[in-house]
Design a protein around this ligand. Structure first.
Ligand code: SAM
Ligand code: SF4
Length: 338
């Protein structure tokens, strides 16, 4: 058995230390983005979902094992009832970084409470600035509400020092690739960072052919460079994005490129699904069930700590995505916790 006194405890077979955990707080969402979900989704029954107390407990165990950054994600974290009190609990752990990924639809009502509860960073998905098209991509989303959410986050102080707002855009050829520059301009105008994400083959979506809609980060970067010259930086937000800087703006432009620039070599992350499955890699099916242990040992964290430490040996060297659009991972992104 691995000793729990190993220091630092969460190091995998390739010498990578896990310092960052993404916790999915729900598989549900008020949107049905075409690259993330199918139109008809079946969501998990309640008893399979970790309670807020269980999620807070998992966060505390990871923090105790040397994790310094936690991101809450989903599904849409803001549709989970009690989310602000969960943020409040995790906010007391004294993490270096505490973030949430959201579609922003509920930020007009919740941004201020989240900031007060201790959330430091928001990643907000925004794939189009055209209301009709935004509706097509998200199937149910309303652009004006999302922009109001972004502005509410700014007003709540998420651009203060030590905080941050980053937009995330998944670019699909023939769907929104003509909006790359407009999205960068939008981010510049508001002083936000922005990352462009290559679509990943998670789940059978049935909406578009992933191979023909694939748009590489290099292509997107060259397009931006023609209008806003970009210089590479060594900046890191502790995640998979590589960042570029513009001469005349504080906005950083990031690229998350699972296909074209494999980011596995310095991976510092693991994920916990809302069912309590510890996923060692976004692009592999290996998982360890924490829910069973949490429920079997309500007053004793040691078995869960031990399982997490031992799981480090399962972390694969790299993901197994290919750019031909084939689904190798049957989980949808909303199940995985993006
Ligand atoms: N609902 C929140 C949101 O949309 O920001 C958080 C969860 S969502 C699954 C997290 C991120 O994953 C979003 O930025 C979304 O664009 C991205 N995403 C979803 N499916 C994806 C896919 N197949 N490939 C690449 N990114 C994807
Ligand atoms: Fe919902 Fe986010 Fe998935 Fe869109 S990307 S369907 S907003 S979970």
């Amino acid at each position: 058995m691995t000793s729990i006194t190993k220091n630092p405890p969460l190091v995998d077979r390739f010498g990578r230390q896990v310092t960052y955990v993404r916790l999915s707080v729900t598989d549900r969402c008020d949107f049905r983005c075409v690259y993330c979900m199918s139109e008809d989704m079946t969501f998990l029954p309640r008893d399979q979902v970790l309670s807020l107390e269980e999620i807070a407990r998992v966060a505390g165990i990871f923090q105790n094992l040397g994790v310094s950054k936690i991101r809450l994600t989903g599904g849409e974290p803001l549709v989970r009832k009690g989310i602000v009190s969960l943020v409040e609990q995790i906010g007391t752990l004294g993490l270096n970084d505490f973030a949430m990924t959201s579609n922003a639809s509920q930020l007009p009502a919740k941004a201020q409470a989240l900031k007060t509860a201790g959330l430091k960073r928001l990643n907000i998905s925004l794939d189009s600035l055209k209301p009709e098209r935004f509706r097509q991509i998200t199937r149910t989303g309303q652009l004006s509400q999302v922009i109001a959410g972004i502005d509410a986050a700014i007003a709540a102080g998420f651009l203060e020092p030590g905080h941050g707002i980053k937009l995330n855009a998944v670019i699909l050829r023939g769907q929104n690739d003509d909006e790359v520059l407009d999205l960068v301009t939008f981010a510049r105008d508001r002083g936000l960072d922005i990352s462009f994400i290559e679509e990943m083959p998670l789940g059978e979506i049935g909406h578009h052919d992933r191979a023909s809609s694939f748009c590489s980060s290099d292509e997107v970067r060259q397009l931006i460079h023609g209008r806003y010259p970009l210089t590479a930086t060594t900046a890191s937000s502790g995640g998979p994005a590589r960042y570029w800087q513009m001469a005349d703006s504080s906005t950083r432009v990031g690229f998350i490129s699972p296909h074209s620039h494999n980011f596995c070599g310095d991976c510092n992350r693991v994920r916990v699904t809302v069912e309590g499955q510890l996923l060692l890699c976004l692009g592999n099916e290996d998982a360890v069930d924490l829910r069973g242990l949490l429920r079997a040992h309500p007053g004793d964290d040691q078995p869960i700590r031990q399982a997490i430490i031992e799981a480090m040996d399962l972390k694969p060297e790299q993901h197994h995505f290919s750019s031909n659009g084939e689904v190798q991972i049957l989980r949808f992104m909303n199940m995985t916790g993006g």
